[in-house]
Design a protein around this ligand. Structure first.
Ligand code: SF4
Length: 498
């Protein structure tokens, strides 16, 4: 998973005075939770007709400083927070990627192409293309340049050509993605996959330097818009291409397909991934998490009434499940307590990309509040169980400090199938729920019992009928014929980063 962000203001009369990279930097801070491996910004200065970029491994605040942001001049800029999936953590794979020929364009994206390896082979054999990275974004960059120039190698930009190019790209690639591009002297483009699996939103504000003109922001999440003072306009539609040009005009087209493609935004964005203060398709993440807690409380209540569960207190696994825990406690009439305090300076454990890093991170980041643990029967709430290692560590920590009984309540149904769209569990064999019963899962993680939310409750909680829930129900919105190779190559990536 990654965060993407682009800001575009009309070049106006004094383009060199614009420095949108500063706002992109500030905006990337709001997308840090989407990827902590690396960060990058690319700007374009219309006056000097040059790209400027800075990217490095590390957190946004560590990668950028006054010295390296200063030279990133220009009225338009794109930025990226990276969680390495395709292409691992090699420096060559950091985003943005940029090319100068046949015209200047830089790109960032969030998501994954399932058929990356077959498209890559095809480009190599048919066009003798030498790829410079192992990042699937390079495929987009190449296909875009190829289809925008066409056979006659015409390099001028038109929105009509961009629409045709996007149609051709959609015919070749399979996956979930949100893509932003910065085109020299032309403007910004944004493209969302045909099912809208990965989120992308549009915001607008008055440009204070050029009265009457607008500035646009396109981001993975609405939290960025609000933080930077942009007004939310709408979500970019599944399969939509947007172009904002140098005059501040916004052009848009939704690509049509012979076979209907249903929207399928990722349910995990609401459950776990997005910031609680964001909304996706106008459905608040915070509200969805409150609903998840409420509906899980209904299930827990029945078990409590039957005497199958005894709980004195509801405790969240910080941070994502805190909102659902508050609502679950309220609905059960049980006290809400924080038995574990998170050290905010340690990275998220699930998106750390090796088992060892994840296990160490759990110990480093959670400190027990012994008075709230000792002799307590705890209803411990978490948003999901992926591999189970984090739950196991946390439960063992709670037991070590005297918890009498632990019921693990999960605000999501069991994850039994792989994700190929950017949430990093492409190998179903790694998923604890793949072939274990509830009792076996409870035994493995050390809990007395495990309760999962039901699939229909998840849909009700989010309030969106068309969701991707493939990792729960094996109904993938795209073809997955290349999934086996995708999984194997991702495994190799992981082994090389060990
Ligand atoms: S498979 Fe699961 S995690 Fe992946 S995009 Fe679909 S819902 Fe999200």
């Amino acid at each position: 998973m990654c965060g993407v962000l682009g800001i575009m203001s009309p070049s106006g009369q004094s383009p060199s005075r614009k420095n949108q990279a500063i706002d992109v930097y500030r905006g990337l801070l709001t997308l840090q939770h989407r990827g902590q491996d690396a960060a990058g910004i690319l700007s374009y200065d219309s006056l000097t007709k040059t790209f400027h970029s800075q990217k490095e491994l590390g957190l946004v605040a560590n990668v950028f400083n006054t010295e390296n942001l200063g030279p990133l001049k220009g009225n338009m800029a794109i930025g990226h927070t990276r969680y390495a999936t395709a292409g691992g953590n090699q420096r060559d794979n950091l985003q943005p990627l940029v090319t100068g020929y046949p015209f200047g364009i830089g790109m960032v994206h969030n998501g994954n192409l399932i058929n990356y390896h077959s498209v890559r082979r095809k480009l190599k054999s048919e066009e003798n293309l030498q790829m410079l990275t192992t990042n699937d974004l390079e495929i987009f960059l190449h296909l875009w340049c190829k289809y925008m120039t066409g056979d006659k190698n015409k390099k001028d930009f038109s929105f009509h050509k961009a629409v045709r190019a996007s149609e051709k790209i959609f015919n070749e690639v399979e996956g979930g993605f949100a893509l932003l591009g910065l085109i020299a002297d032309v403007g910004l483009i944004a493209l969302r996959d045909p099912h809208g699996i990965r989120p992308l939103v549009l915001g607008i504000k008055e440009n204070t330097d050029n009265l009457g003109q607008k500035e646009y922001c396109v981001s993975s999440e609405t939290v960025t818009l609000h933080f930077l003072g942009f007004e939310y306009v709408r979500d970019i539609a599944p399969g939509e291409l947007i172009h904002i040009n140098n005059d501040g005009e916004l052009l848009s087209h939704i690509i049509e397909f012979k076979e209907k493609k249903n929207p399928a935004p990722c349910m995990f964005e609401w459950v776990y991934f997005s910031g609680a203060e964001s909304s996706i398709h106008k459905k608040s993440v915070y509200e969805a998490r409150l609903n998840l807690g409420k509906l899980l409380a209904n299930k827990a209540r029945k078990l409590i009434e039957k005497g199958d569960i005894q709980s004195d207190v509801v405790c969240p696994v910080p941070d994502t499940s805190r909102t659902a825990s508050i609502s679950l406690a309220e609905n059960l009439g049980l006290p809400y307590r924080e038995a574990l305090i998170k050290n905010r300076y340690v990275h998220r454990s699930f998106i750390l990309n090796t088992q060892e890093k994840r296990e160490n991170a759990v110990e480093l980041k959670l400190s027990p509040v012994i008075s709230e643990i000792k002799e307590k029967r705890i209803l411990l709430v978490d948003d999901s169980i992926v591999r189970g290692t984090t739950s196991k560590k946390i439960i063992s920590l709670l037991k070590k400090y005297g918890a009498k009984e632990i019921t693990l309540a999960i605000t999501c149904p069991p994850l039994r199938y792989a994700c190929y769209y950017g949430i990093d569990f492409p190998n179903p064999e790694e998923l604890i729920a793949k072939d274990k019963t509830l009792d076996q899962i409870a035994d493995w993680v050390g809990a007395n019992q495990v309760i999962y939310l039901d699939e229909s409750d998840l849909v009700d909680a989010i309030g969106e009928d068309n969701l991707c829930m493939a990792c729960i129900n094996n109904k993938y919105p795209t073809s997955i014929k290349d999934a086996e190779e995708f999984m194997q190559m991702r495994q190799l990536d992981k082994e090389t980063t060990l």
